[in-house]
Design a protein around this ligand. Structure first.
Ligand SMILES: *[C@@H]1O[C@H](CO)[C@@H](O)[C@H](O)[C@H]1NC(C)=O
Ligand SMILES: *[C@@H]1O[C@H](CO)[C@@H](O)[C@H](O)[C@H]1NC(C)=O
Ligand SMILES: *[C@@H]1O[C@H](CO)[C@@H](O)[C@H](O)[C@H]1NC(C)=O
Length: 331
């Protein structure tokens, strides 16, 4: 065969390949759109997204973005739309790492169906930077503020009860707006395996699971012997009935509703214990053990290196440059 006769079939081959790719792409598009009656996860999110306070077109844009994400993933099945709702409460406060950490967490949560992200700032005003991250995520979200009460803010000695007013505000929102589903306190500086969200969804009362990178022991977890709860493994027991980390448990919303007095105390180091005790009647032996009976670590207390606030920019030297724009993003 000469080169000339080879070229034609090659061109045809490429054309056929292209045609098939386009067909496959369209097929995958229609199957995403087909899932679930409520046309698709992206649209569902988009619909609920528009219910958010203070967002209009941004939600639609972000919903579309989420649709792109959905398209890149395996098609969601009908069963997934029936999944119990997850309410993720994230307390946050302004600091140099905040935007980076919320960006990363938003990207994790964007991969989780049937979820509402409740972000509560320890601040007197909602931060536009936080709002922008929430809107861009395309997730159904609720953006709230809950400043730490003055009496604790003024405290000079010892640690402050950080995140308590935020989490209680999130609980209050859930009490007023959610009938069922599951709530989880997800701080913005942790690392989450997607599996943990699917497991915690089916919590009937309180589920627990190991959290990695905690204290000198490296992990905090219920102890499981012969398949049943046998105590707690944690580097700081401190007389706590529930010596666990904030990221180590999830609570059923129905169960919470039956405990109208449950609240988190302003007690540094004892927030988890106080909250779990306030869910009485509830005993450790009733804990639902997730992560394959607590044999896997699906949440990590990563922590981020603390950064000093950025130094001031020489505004005359950098006047009319991008540096002044960048500076507005920084804390
Ligand atoms: C382990 O649990 C089973 C029942 O789940 C029980 O029959 C068995 O005796 C237990 N073994 C030990 C060593 O406790
Ligand atoms: C909630 O607290 C109030 C006041 O402290 C008390 O009267 C009530 O019995 C409590 N309810 C429950 C369900 O524990
Ligand atoms: C920056 O440039 C603008 C004009 O572009 C000028 O009005 C302003 O005074 C300059 N600011 C500083 C700090 O040099």
């Amino acid at each position: 065969m000469t080169m000339a006769t080879m070229k034609l079939p090659l061109k045809m081959y490429i054309l056929i390949l292209l045609g098939v790719s386009v067909m496959l792409y369209q097929y995958s598009l229609s199957s995403v759109i087909a899932f679930n009656g409520a046309p698709l996860d992206g649209a569902d999110v988009l619909y609920r997204g528009t219910q958010n306070e203070s967002m209009g077109h941004e939600a639609i844009k972000s919903g579309a973005r989420r649709l792109d994400v959905a398209m890149a993933l395996p098609v969601t099945t009908t069963a997934e739309s029936k999944l119990p709702m997850l309410y993720i409460i994230t307390p946050t406060y302004t600091r140099p790492e905040q935007v980076a950490e919320l960006t990363r967490l938003s990207h994790t949560l964007m991969l989780v169906p049937n979820l509402r992200w409740i972000v509560v700032e320890d601040a007197t005003h909602k931060s536009p930077k936080v709002e922008a991250i929430l809107a861009k995520s395309g997730l159904p979200y609720t953006h709230l503020i809950a400043p730490m009460p003055e009496e604790f803010k003024k405290k000079k000695k010892g640690p402050k009860p950080r995140g308590v007013s935020n989490r209680n505000k999130g609980l209050e929102w859930i009490r007023q707006n959610a009938k069922d589903g599951v709530l989880y306190f997800a701080d913005d500086d942790n690392t989450y395996d997607l599996d943990i969200f699917e497991e915690m969804r089916h919590t009937r009362r309180v589920s627990m699971f190991p959290v990695g990178l905690i204290t000198k022991l490296g992990v905090s977890s219920p102890v499981v012997r012969n398949g049943t709860f046998a105590g707690f493994y944690d580097g700081w027991i401190a007389g706590r009935k529930f010596p666990v980390d904030m990221a180590g448990f999830a609570v059923s919303v129905v169960f919470l509703h039956r405990r109208p007095n449950a609240t988190m105390p302003y007690k540094p180091g004892y927030e988890e214990d106080g909250f779990l005790k306030s869910l009485r009647p509830f005993e450790p032996k009733e804990i639902e053990l997730l992560a394959d009976k607590c044999t896997k670590i699906l949440v990590w207390h990563t922590q981020t290196k603390k950064n000093e606030p950025s130094q001031p920019v020489d505004t005359s030297k950098y006047n009319n440059t991008n540096i002044l724009t960048l500076k507005t993003i920084l804390v």
